[in-house]
Design a binder for this molecule. Structure first.
Ligand SMILES: C[S@@+](CC[C@H](N)C(=O)[O-])C[C@H]1O[C@@H](n2cnc3c(N)ncnc32)[C@H](O)[C@@H]1O
Length: 171
C-alpha cells in the first residue's frame, strides 16, 4: 500500500450520483455552432461531471454524434435549439447570464471569473470561425483562457470544460 492507490470503480461509483442529474437550468454549456461531433461527446461528459445541461442545435448529425459520444450510463440533460441567436435572446430576456467563451477585447481572464450565482448560459464558438457577431452582441461577460504557446486557440471542448468547472465552483 503506497497510500496513493487508485480508487476502484466500486469506490468511485459510491461517490457519484446514482442517476443523472435533473435539469436545474443553473449552468448550461452551449456549443451552438458545432463542427466536430467528437467535441460534443467530450462536452457531454463535462456536463455530467459538473451537473450542467448541454444546449445544441437541432441538426440531424448532432443527434447522432451525441448518441455516439455518450459513453456514460446516464446522459446529461440536452436542450435542442432551433435558432441559436433567437434562443440566446430568449434566455437573456428570461434573466439568464450569458457568458461568451472567446478571445475578444475586454474579456476577463479565466482566473478572474467568479462562480455562477445565477442561471448561466456558456456560449462556445464554431471550431473555425468562433462565436458569430450577432451572438457576441448578447454576451454579458466574455472570458478568455490565457495561452503562452504558439497555437492561436484551444480546442473548443477543452475551453468549454475549463470554463464549466470554474463557473461550477469546482476548481
Ligand atoms: C478553435 S476556437 C475558434 C478559433 C477561430 N479560429 C477564431 O479565430 O475565432 C473554437 C472556440 O473555442 C473557444 N476557445 C478556444 N480557445 C479559447 C481561449 N483561449 N479562450 C477563450 N475561448 C477559447 C471559443 O469559444 C472559440 O470560439
Amino acid at each position: 500500500m503506497s497510500g496513493r492507490d487508485p480508487r476502484s470503480r466500486r469506490e468511485l461509483g459510491k461517490q457519484r450520483r446514482p442517476r443523472a442529474h435533473l435539469c436545474w437550468g443553473h449552468l448550461t454549456i452551449a456549443p451552438l455552432w458545432p463542427l466536430h461531433g467528437a467535441n460534443l461527446g467530450t462536452l457531454l461528459r463535462t456536463c455530467d461531471a459538473v451537473g450542467a445541461c448541454l444546449a445544441v442545435p437541432r441538426w440531424p448529425w448532432v443527434k447522432q454524434a451525441l448518441a455516439r459520444g455518450n459513453t456514460l450510463r446516464h446522459r446529461s440533460c440536452v436542450h435542442w435549439v432551433n435558432d441559436p441567436v433567437r434562443w440566446l435572446q430568449r434566455q437573456a430576456a428570461a434573466g439568464h447570464a450569458i457568458v461568451g467563451v472567446e478571445l475578444v477585447d475586454g474579456a476577463c481572464r479565466l482566473a478572474d471569473l467568479p462562480m455562477a450565482r445565477e442561471p448561466t448560459i456558456v456560449v462556445l464558438g464554431h471550431e473555425q470561425t468562433g462565436i458569430p457577431v450577432a451572438a457576441l452582441d448578447l454576451v454579458g461577460t466574455a472570458v478568455e483562457i490565457p495561452m503562452v504557446g504558439t497555437g492561436m486557440s484551444l480546442n473548443v471542448a477543452v475551453a468549454g470544460s475549463l470554463v464549466a468547472y470554474k463557473l461550477a465552483g469546482m476548481i
